[in-house]
Design a protein around this ligand. Structure first.
Ligand SMILES: [Cu+2]
Length: 154
């Protein structure tokens, strides 16, 4: 393109210049459109990330606990549980897995979730899309009251 442009300039024929101007204008508009699209994506991306923030909850052995025990988060937030302890832990809102089904709680419209047994160093993520109050437990430590609460606001 550059070689062609310099070639045409050297010829210095007016009609060729007009044609060249037309090509340049068209390609400039295309470049502008592409730049605008890229800018829109760049602006949109951080907003999407802000809405889908990730909050970390850690797990400990002595005593078996979630930290923090209670969280208040806006809908769309992802919670990441990190098993920083030396034994197995779990995160469940599934009443059928609990020794006492009343130990877990889900808001209307929310489906139960279960991390499965998490080895030391393991992480589990869940994105909260239904607002309301959640109470989850660790199955191996249900009797030790390893329980967490999450309030998801609209
Ligand atoms: Cu546990």
């Amino acid at each position: 393109m550059t070689m062609l442009m310099s070639g045409l300039c050297e010829i210095r024929i007016a009609s060729f210049r007009k044609a060249l101007d037309k090509i340049m204008t068209k390609s400039s508009l295309l470049t502008l459109a592409a730049a605008s699209a890229a800018l829109a994506l760049a602006i949109g991306a951080p907003r999407a990330r802000a809405a889908g923030k990730t909050v970390v909850v850690t797990m400990t052995d002595k005593p078996p606990q979630y930290h923090p025990e209670t969280l208040k988060i806006p809908v769309g937030t992802t919670v990441e549980w990190d098993n920083n302890a030396k034994t197995l832990h779990d995160v469940t809102t599934d009443a059928s897995s609990a020794q006492n089904p009343a130990d877990v709680k889900l808001p209307p419209g929310a489906k139960p979730f279960d991390s499965g047994f998490m080895q030391p160093g393991a992480t589990f993520k869940y994105t909260f899309t239904a607002p309301g109050e959640y109470t989850y437990i660790c199955i191996p430590h249900e009797k030790d009251h390893m329980v967490g609460h999450i309030i998801v606001t609209k």
